[in-house]
Every structure is written in C-alpha cells, then in structure tokens.
Design a protein around this ligand. Structure first.
Ligand SMILES: Cc1cc2nc3c(=O)[nH]c(=O)nc-3n(C[C@H](O)[C@H](O)[C@H](O)COP(=O)(O)OP(=O)(O)OC[C@H]3O[C@@H](n4cnc5c(N)ncnc54)[C@H](O)[C@@H]3O)c2cc1C
Length: 322
C-alpha cells in the first residue's frame, strides 16, 4: 500500500511542485541525484570513476510532448558524451526512449538514438535504453534491433524480469549481440503481463541471469538485492566466467556499502548516475523501493508548504517514473 501511494505520488504535479521548492527535500535528494546540471553529473562521475566504478549517466525526464523537447533532451546527452570523451571517463549514457520522443515521432526518436549511438561509439561507450512501462516495451526492443541493423552495436536496453515476455526478449536480443541490463522492473504492471509476487520476480530474475551468464558476451545485472548478487557470483564461478566479463549495476546513493565491497573484491560495478532538474519522480520511485524513508519524505513535503518554500517554476513536459 505504501509503495502504491508513493508510486502515485511520483505522478503528482502538485507534490512535484512542492518538493522542488523545499530546501529540506533538496538536501535529501542529493543522496540520489548528482545535481541539476551536466557539469554536476560529470563532477560526481569523475569522483566515482576515481574509486574504480564505471558510470551510466541519466538526464532525468521522460514523456516529452514534442520533438522540440526530445531534441533538447538529446542535446543534453550530446553534451554529456562530449565531456565524457574529453575527460576519458568510463561512462555511457542511459536514455528513456519516451524522452527522445518515442510517443511523438517514432522515426524521429530512432534518428536521435542513432545519432547518440554514433557519438557514444566515437568515445568508446554504450547507449542503454531504459525500459519504461509495458506500453513501450516492444517499441524499445525494436529500437535496439534497428540500431544494430544500422551497425550501432553499442546500443542495448534494460529488460525487466517481472514481465512474462522477458525470457523471449532476452533471447531475441542476445542472439543479436545486444548488451542487456537485467533489472527486476519498477512499474505497477497488471498480472496478465507481469509477475506480482516478489519471490516469483526473483526466480524469474535468476533464470534470466543464468541464461545471460551462459550466452551473453557482456551481461549487466542491475540489482541491490544481496541474495541475487551472491547467486550471480556463484553461478558465474561455476560457469568459469571471469569477473571482468560481466558487471553489476546499482543506483547512485543506494547500498553504497555493497557497491564498495564489490569493487574491493574485483567485480565490475557501474553506477547509474541521474542528474537534471526533473528529479522529483525519479526520487519518489527510489523512496517507494524503500518505504522506511517515507516518514522523513512526507515531513519534508509538509515543510515545503511553510515559508522556506522558494516557488521555483517547473520545467515543461518531462517527468520520470523510475
Ligand atoms: C542500474 C539500475 C538500472 C535500472 N534500470 C531500470 C529500467 O530501465 N527499468 C525499470 O523498470 N527499472 C529499472 N531499475 C529499477 C529496478 O527495476 C528495481 O525497481 C530496483 O532496482 C529495485 O530492485 P532491486 O533489484 O534493487 O531489489 P529490491 O528487492 O527492491 O531491493 C533489495 C535491497 O536493496 C536495497 N534498496 C533497494 N532500493 C533501495 C532504495 N531506493 N533506497 C535504499 N535501499 C534500497 C534495500 O536494502 C532492499 O532490501 C534499475 C535499477 C538499477 C539498479
């Protein structure tokens, strides 16, 4: 129930406005978001890279209303890739297809993905398409297929273990040679499309992970679940996979103890590093994953209604759901 409430709160413009104006909320947000600008993202990326971590930078936002907004989002990613190249950072980018206009102009979106893929290839990094809700799963898979058909083999996507269709997508995209990020899945999806029980999702995750460890060149396991991390390490060892042939991925600010331990033990770890001013929905999703934070968050929101509020205007058009 708490999770459901928080997921609904993530879509609330009123709460987003209140949160953006609250100094208290902003101070909590810093734990999960690198800052509002590309500069802030790259600065944190440098620090994490110095600690032996790889990165994937995410300019928070999604569901744009026009290709003009999609182009603006792409321009931010072009800037990121230029700076990543200049600094020689081990940092790819994570992009939401709807942020690049998937639901506005499908071919225009594919063109923007292709352009980013070429720029990313030029500096030796990956473009990962985040997986959003089920309405765009097939379209996202097809964007990856199209990129590969055009020769952009550095484009991959996330796959969500909770979806019934995912084992088939995993095989379809692995046959193509696409690098996949396996995650549990963050949206409230209906039972005919997705497993509903945590234990069933975990089992599905492990099944997909086993397949990827056997068949994929460079699988990426996105989870903070220590049982899954342990099971993947065990399975990889049984299969004789070297630690540098697969990677774990975790979100900036989540389970930092486990992040440091993995790096210290010689495992590859990539941090998903969000930045940008549209952080509210992303941040609320993170709280939904850990309801223990909810009391503090709600207190902060209430404080946002008091005089410390600065009433900054929201940017138009973009929100993010995970
Ligand atoms: C790198 C990365 C990329 C992702 N990309 C996508 C995507 O493209 N599409 C998508 O739908 N989802 C994505 N997700 C989100 C994912 O689907 C899950 O919703 C999320 O990772 C929580 O699942 P978990 O595997 O960490 O396990 P859980 O069982 O949820 O968490 C395991 C443990 O991790 C800790 N933990 C988890 N979340 C938090 C938190 N917010 N704060 C503090 N502690 C926490 C807790 O101790 C918890 O007990 C991504 C996640 C990661 C790490």
């Amino acid at each position: 129930m708490l999770r459901w409430l928080l997921l609904r709160a993530a879509d609330s413009e009123f709460l987003a406005e209140s949160a953006r104006g609250s100094a208290t909320v902003n101070s909590v947000v810093e734990r999960y978001v690198a800052g509002e600008t590309v500069e802030a993202g790259v600065t944190v990326a440098r620090a994490l890279a110095a600690e032996g971590m790889d990165l994937t930078l995410d300019h928070v936002g999604e569901f744009v209303d026009s290709m003009e907004q999609a182009e603006q989002a792409a321009a931010v990613y072009r800037d990121v890739l230029e700076r990543v190249g200049e600094a020689g950072l081990p940092a790819g980018v994570s992009v939401k297809p709807t942020q690049l206009g998937l639901l506005v102009d499908r071919d225009g979106c594919a063109g923007l993905v292709e352009d980013l893929a070429k720029r990313a290839a030029a500096v030796g990094v990956h473009v990962t398409l985040d997986m959003e809700d089920h309405t765009v799963t097939e379209a996202t898979v097809q964007l990856v297929e199209e990129a590969h058909a055009l020769g952009s083999v550095n484009v991959g996507c996330a796959v969500q273990a909770y979806l019934h269709r995912t084992p088939e997508d995993v095989r379809r995209l692995t046959r193509l040679g696409a690098s996949l990020r396996l995650c549990k899945g963050a949206y409230a999806e209906p039972a005919h499309l997705a497993h509903q029980q945590a234990a069933t999702v975990d089992r599905a995750y492990l099944d997909d992970a086993r397949y990827l460890l056997r068949e994929a060149a460079e699988p990426r396991f996105a989870t903070h679940d220590h049982r899954l991390v342990a099971a993947i390490k065990r399975e990889a060892a049984v299969l004789g996979r070297e630690r540098h042939t697969y990677e774990f991925q975790m979100l900036y600010g989540v389970r930092e103890d486990m992040q440091r331990a993995l790096v210290a033990d010689g495992y590859r770890l990539r941090i998903y590093l969000p930045f940008g001013s549209q952080w509210y929905a992303y941040f609320t999703r993170r709280l939904a994953e850990r309801p223990a934070n909810m009391t503090f968050f709600l207190r902060s929101l209430l404080a946002a209604g008091r005089p410390d509020r600065t009433d900054r205007p929201a940017e138009a058009g973009t929100e993010q759901t995970w």
